[in-house]
Write a protein that binds this ligand. Structure first.
Ligand SMILES: Nc1ncnc2c1ncn2[C@@H]1O[C@H](COP(=O)(O)OP(=O)(O)OP(=O)(O)O)[C@@H](O)[C@H]1O
Ligand SMILES: [Mg+2]
Length: 258
């Protein structure tokens, strides 16, 4: 029995001659916010891509919710309950916010072309279910009032935050966020922190890649630090902030506080 919701054991990735991630152990505690931080090129996105099955691992095992998911197909991993957002924004600019969120649930329902044509009633019911779910998520996250706005007309921060709501549509047991605060201004960052906290309080668990240390230090229960593909530290925010190796490799002195 594993006590982690997500457990990486000796997970590594080589791209030809480049060792992007050296054998890496990470334990994500159930109902926690676990951050993965480190300089550019450290291997953070590569790690997320191995967890989600986008990349095959070059070695090691990944367990999720007690199951071995190493090198499983992406859609199977998603179905088991891992959601994600991407480092680069992926929204539909000419659809409304609500429609963008609903898209996140389509893998839930069985709406396919054939079903859509021959079972209109079922499709309408599913569509209504998705709509209600999306509306309740937008309400929870404080964006219900702008649900009918076209995505492209919303501020960038809210477009990015909406990707978290979209990922929540399938009620994943774990959501991986790849740099959710990138490009956000301070008030948008405050909204992001709020949104992640609300989702957390509603039972969601997060694995968070982020460069903004206010976001990381405010939200995280546990932090793993990668540098040049190697884990150089793991611990509580206070420990990480004061870890000399982390300060030298990444943080600088400004974040050292007791
Ligand atoms: N598909 C790929 N093929 C070859 N090399 C890759 C591939 N993906 C990533 N890399 C290399 O692996 C290393 C780790 O990259 P990765 O994107 O995981 O870093 P990161 O920690 O997410 O950085 P950033 O903070 O800039 O997003 C880099 O040297 C990168 O160039
Ligand atoms: Mg990255």
């Amino acid at each position: 029995m594993s006590e982690s919701i997500l457990k990486l054991s000796g997970v590594q990735k080589r791209f030809g001659g480049l060792q992007a991630v050296y054998p890496l152990d990470i334990d994500v505690a159930p109902h926690s916010i676990h951050a993965l931080i480190g300089p550019n090129g450290a291997g953070k996105t590569t790690t997320v891509n191995m967890i989600t099955g986008v990349y095959k691992v070059s070695g090691g095992t990944i367990e999720f919710d007690g199951k071995d998911i190493t090198n499983m197909k992406t859609y199977k991993i998603a179905r088991l309950g891992i959601g994600r957002t991407f480092q680069n924004i992926k929204v539909f600019p000419n659809m409304t916010l609500l429609e963008n969120i609903m898209v996140g649930g389509h893998q839930l329902t069985k709406i396919g072309l054939v079903r859509g044509i021959f079972d209109l009633k079922g499709t309408v019911a599913e569509e209504n279910m998705l709509r209600e779910k999306a509306e309740s998520l937008l309400d929870l996250l404080g964006m219900y009032d702008v649900r009918d706005h076209l995505m492209k007309n919303l501020p960038y921060g809210r477009q990015k935050i909406s990707e978290i709501a979209r990922a929540m549509m399938t009620d994943p047991k774990l959501i991986l966020l790849d740099e959710p605060a990138a490009g956000l201004n301070p008030s948008e960052r405050a909204e992001l922190i709020n949104v992640i906290r609300k989702a957390y309080n509603n039972g969601y668990t997060f694995f968070l890649i982020e460069h903004n240390m206010d976001v990381v230090m405010t939200l995280s229960d546990d932090i793993t630090v990668l540098s040049f593909g190697k884990k150089i530290a793991a611990g509580k925010p206070k420990e990480i902030r004061n870890n000399d190796e982390v300060i030298t490799a990444y943080l600088g002195r400004a974040y050292a506080k007791s």
